[in-house]
Design a protein around this ligand. Sequence first.
Ligand code: ADP
Length: 715
Amino acid sequence: METPVNKNMEEIIEALQEENKKLLRENRKLARELKHEMTLNKNTEILSEAKINLNRIIYDEKSRLEKYMNLLLNNCPYLILLFDSEGKIAFTSNSYLLKNNITTFAMIRGKSYRELLGPLLKEEILQQADLVFKNGAEGCKYASFKQDVDLEQEGYIRHYIIETTPMFNEAEQTEGAITVFYDITEIVRAKNEAEYARKIAEQSVRVKSEFLANMSHEIRTPINAIIGMTSIAKLSPDIEKKDYCLDKVEIASSHLLGVINDILDMSKIDANKLELSNVEFNFEKMLQKIVSVISLRVEEKHQDLVVHIDKHIPNFLIGDDKRLVQVITNLLSNAVKFTSEYGSIYLDTFLVIEEDNICTLQIEVCDNGIGISQEQQSRLFSSFEQADSSTSRKFGGTGLGLAISKRIVELMNGRIWIRSELGKGATFAFTAQMERGRAANPNGILSVSANWENIRVMVVDDSAVTCEYFEEIAESIDLQCDTVLGGGEACALIDKNGAYDIYFIDWQMPDMDGIELCKWIRGNTPDNSMIIMMSSAEWGAIEKEAKQAGVNGFLPKPLFPSSIIDCINECLGFDNLMADGEKQSIEAEVFKGYHILLVEDVEINREIVISLLEPTQIGIDCAENGLEAVNMLKEAPDKYDIIFMDIQMPEMDGYEATRNIRALESGHARQVPIVAMTANVFREDIEKCLAAGMNDHIGKPMDFDEVLAKLYKYL
Ligand code: ADP
């Protein structure tokens, strides 16, 4: 039986079960809710984590970009400045700070555009920048200028393009400006260099074509004279006319040779092959030779040439006398060429210093001719340059002389320079080092047989320079000498002191000239004095008149110490005490009995040597090439006393012929003097001749004195 309690229980259980189910449902719901809650929580965490991550990423990216930006700005070669909307500096690139020696940005923080850049930039640029700051928004887009600035303030200007550009915010309002300095120095320099190179190239093309035109003129003119005069001589029956033509041919030929020598020298200089030789020479004699060559032209232009030799320069020097002659001759002939008639030319020489037997000489050639402008002077020593081509057309010349002289002087450890003003003459000066010579004999000595203390000499010349120079020479040889500047003064002094033993009287003087003074002396003093007339004129032209006036002798001007001393010795009846021995004159039959073998393939060259040597009576056999010469020597090994050997010949050249001759069995053939006679005149050509076994060398065209000198030397 079911009891109520049981029923109740059941109900309770049922109710409990119901309750349980409900709780379970709630639990499930709670669990679901919890689960949901939990998921939500987790998401929030993730979200916040994600947020943190994102922030980090944004931060990293930002600082990376900032870093890149800084790197970029600091390594950027341009100088960058950022100004804020008030025009105050907000940022600069490192390059700007470095360039301006600013150690930290703090040093310039807050400075305005004008404060910072005002001292450096032009007002024009500053004003344009002001406009950019003010009106950037209103359309003043940017300002760009070029300026040369010494930013570092170290005295070195660089070229910049300076650009100022406005910066805008999102609202299109001006937020400041950015100024960039673009350094274009290298571009400008490269452009300038390219421009300079182009100009130089153009100039050198122009100078070279002018030079070629000029050279063609310089070569054609004498050739024209040679051809023309030869034709005239051939046609003319008159012997005097023929002589006249031959003289002209001779002058034109030597001029042509000069031009060719200049070109050869210049090409040697270009190839760096100009070298000097070392020989001992007499300095005064060298100058005398130069003057004797130049004096013809000086006389033609009635110019006055005065030479002064410093008594401290040793008589003998060791160096390349031929090259020294070349430089002095070039300067002197220019002085004559560019000085008008009746002008004056001085050749002055002095010893600058002597150390350990090395003498530094200074030589100056001064004229009162047309002069050279400053602009022209700067170009003169370069090859092919002439002060002005129109001048050169008037005066002729290759424009190479000074460039060659400069190189020669440099090889002599010297330098060359010019002092001149247009229209006021020019002085060319150079220094050169020479070794003191070892030869002891002086240039001139007074005879020991005379009692010099009692000999009185008077010099009369209107040129104070000549009088002074004479006094200097007289003093150096202990000779008493009175000098006066004119005839009147001379007469007064003779009246006062009595007659002199020797008079040196200038021919042309104002008021009373030399001839008149001689007549006065002869009329007013005893006859036993000697009168020497001094002049740069040809003695032949005044000899007759001078002798009639009582003149005993002649001293050519310009004066040289040795010629004065020789003249004094001669006046007193003493022979010329100087050993001359320089120029060999041709004596008839001097080489009679001797034999030459002339090896030369060109007929005209054989003819010249045979004709020139004819008076010496030397026997001459000819061979037309090296092979023939060797065979002739094989046949008659001892016949020849000397061989003149051309180099370039068909069959066998001169070098090979010499080697073959030296290899012959005959002892004579191994020793017979062989002298090269060739147009190959470079130093290495001469060395090649010597290496082949020759003894000596004569250059072509032949200087007949040189040929004779070799004959005297070897025979
Ligand atoms: P060249 O005389 O053969 O033309 P140089 O080299 O000797 O060549 O001289 C170059 C130029 O220098 C001459 O053409 C001339 O314009 C100028 N010159 C040289 N010497 C003098 C001088 N004494 N007076 C004026 N101009 C001179």
